[in-house]
Design a protein around this ligand. Structure first.
Ligand code: HSE
Length: 310
């Protein structure tokens, strides 16, 4: 029986432009690591938080990883406890799924310590409890790809169904993180609760076109439908220079460019031969708006969270 396990969970691009709260994909370049040790006392406690942690709460009920493991502990009525060490690799408030990654890495590590580990789909709901602590809302578009890897579509909240969507192999994702903080709560608060019929039709057409383009390896279809007519227009003013960054990415050959999750990170899907040019154009555009940035070029079909040390 294992007593000490570390799991890694990757960063994620949620929404992928047109799939607000239901689509997301992994970014292998960075992620969070969570170490969990079995303790005799039937409780959940956080021992340390390191890395690009900022000011994260160490009270388990207020911490995404702590809350996710608590939810698991309660649901399974465990007679022993867990001690958690969190090593953050994903900056807070970056729009790269940091809260989801901590929650997912924590439940994957804790699961490996169980006599009877639960199925991955059941870990989703525990990680969701952690995500609620961070963002105040239930959405699975970071958690599902983080757990399952690649591009995922999640249908349903109470009984979520997760579908892995194939991605044309020539595509890469360029991720550019400007050095600023944007909270998910704040970025959700700006969204209107109603939409016009015309926007509804365009958004559903684009989402359907995008997914069918992924299944059929149709890059033109992906390019044509990579257009979020609802969320991006409402959020773009929260990210200085967004329009220029997007214009730069598209001029350099991107298939599409939008806000990663709640932002401020901006991502672009691109055929691999244009990836460097797109990255350069995006970083230069942020610089013109006095924002330095970090950047990564990632494949899209990656593994999800996994145990890295046991
Ligand atoms: N779908 C969510 C949003 C992701 O855009 O608000 C936040 O992590």
């Amino acid at each position: 029986m294992l007593s000490d396990v570390t799991a890694f969970a990757p960063a994620t691009v949620a929404n992928v432009g047109i799939g607000f709260d239901i689509l997301g994909h992994t970014v292998e370049a960075l992620g969070d690591r969570v170490r969990i040790r079995r303790i005799d006392e039937p409780t959940v406690r956080i021992n340390s938080i390191t890395g690009v942690a900022g000011d994260l709460p160490v009270v388990p009920a207020l911490n995404t990883a702590g809350r996710a493991v608590q939810a698991m502990h309660e649901a399974l009525n465990l007679k022993f406890g867990f001690e958690i060490d969190i090593d953050k690799g994903i900056p807070l408030g970056s729009g790269m799924g940091g809260s989801a990654a901590s929650a997912v890495a924590a439940v994957v590590a804790a699961n490996a310590l169980l006599e009877d580990p639960v199925a991955r789909i059941n870990l989703l709901r525990f990680a969701m409890e952690g995500e609620i602590v961070a963002s105040g809302s239930v959405h699975v578009d970071n958690i599902a790809p983080c757990l399952f890897g690649g591009l995922t579509l999640t249908v349903g909240i109470d009984h979520p169904r997760v579908k892995s969507i194939p991605v044309p192999p020539s595509l890469r994702c360029v991720i550019v993180h400007p050095h600023m903080y944007l909270g998910t709560r704040e970025a959700r608060a700006v969204l209107k609760s109603d939409i016009t019929r015309s926007d509804f039709v365009w958004q559903t057409a684009n989402l359907a076109g995008f997914i069918s383009g992924c299944y059929s390896n149709d890059l033109d279809m992906i390019r044509e439908s990579f257009n979020d007519v609802i969320i991006e227009p409402q959020r773009q003013s929260l990210i200085p220079g967004f329009k220029d960054v997007k214009r730069g990415a598209m001029s350099a050959g991107a298939l599409g460019c939008s806000i990663s999750g709640a932002g401020p990170t901006v991502f672009a899907w691109v055929e691999f031969q244009y990836a460097e040019a797109v990255r350069g154009a995006m970083v230069a555009a942020f610089e013109r708006h006095n924002l330095k940035s970090d950047y990564w070029i990632s494949s899209i079909e990656n593994y999800g969270a996994r145990v890295v040390k046991a």
